[in-house]
Design a protein around this ligand. Sequence first.
Ligand SMILES: Nc1ncnc2c1ncn2[C@@H]1O[C@H](COP(=O)(O)OP(=O)(O)OP(=O)(O)O)[C@@H](O)[C@H]1O
Ligand SMILES: Cc1cn([C@H]2C[C@H](O)[C@@H](COP(=O)(O)O)O2)c(=O)[nH]c1=O
Length: 186
Amino acid sequence: MFIVFEGIDGSGKTTLSKLLSKSLNAFWTCEPTNSPIGKLIREFLQKKVKLDDRTLALLFAADRVEHTKIIKDILKSRDVVCDRYLYSSIAYQSVAGVDEDFIKSINRYALKPDIVFLLTIDVDVALKRVKGKDIFENKSFLQKVQEKYLELAEEYKFIVIDTTNKTIDEVYKEILEHYKKYSNKL
Ligand SMILES: Nc1ncnc2c1ncn2[C@@H]1O[C@H](COP(=O)(O)OP(=O)(O)OP(=O)(O)O)[C@@H](O)[C@H]1O
Ligand SMILES: Cc1cn([C@H]2C[C@H](O)[C@@H](COP(=O)(O)O)O2)c(=O)[nH]c1=O
C-alpha cells in the first residue's frame, strides 16, 4: 500500500507519517528527497539560490521521477508511507503562479496513492511551529495553499483530518481508525 501525507508546513505530516509508518512496519520516505536534485531544491527553500517558479516545478517533478522508481521497487515487498508527494506540487506551485495543467503534465508519471491523508490546521499555529524561515512559510501564501489542498481533497478523495487543538496522540488515533476502515474494505 502507498500512503501519502499532505498539508501545509507545520501541520504535523512528518510526526504523524513516521508514527504510522512505524506501527505498519512500512518504509518511510519524504519529498524533497536527499538526491542532488532535492539538495538544490532545499537551497532554494532556504533562500540560498534563486529560481524561476517553473524551474522549481520542474525540479520537484524530476526529484519525484527518481523517487517514484525507488518507491515502486520497495512497494513490491513493503508498504510505503511518504511525507509529501505530487499534491504538494499541485498545491504549492499553482499558488506560486505556475499553470496547473503544466504541473500535472510534468508529473504524469507519478503513482496514484492508495490513501492520502490531508492534515489541516490553523495557519498561525502551523507558522509558530515552523518558525517561518523557509521561502513558503508566510501566512497569506500558506492560507492559499491550504484552500487549494481542500479543493484537491474533493477532486482526489483525500481523507481530511482537522488537527486544530488536537494532540499528536488524538490525531494519530484518528489516522489509525481511517487506516483500519480502509484496509478492512480491501
Ligand atoms: N497535533 C500537534 N500538537 C502539537 N504539536 C504538534 C502536533 N503535530 C505536530 N506537532 C509539532 O509541530 C512541529 C512540526 O511538526 P512536523 O515537523 O511533523 O510538521 P510538518 O507538517 O512535517 O512540517 P514541514 O512541512 O515544515 O516539514 C514538531 O515540533 C511537532 O512535534
Ligand atoms: C514536495 C514539494 C514540496 N514543496 C514545498 C513545501 C514545503 O514548503 C517545502 C518542503 O519542506 P518540508 O519542511 O521538508 O516539508 O517544499 C513544494 O512546493 N512542492 C513540492 O512538490
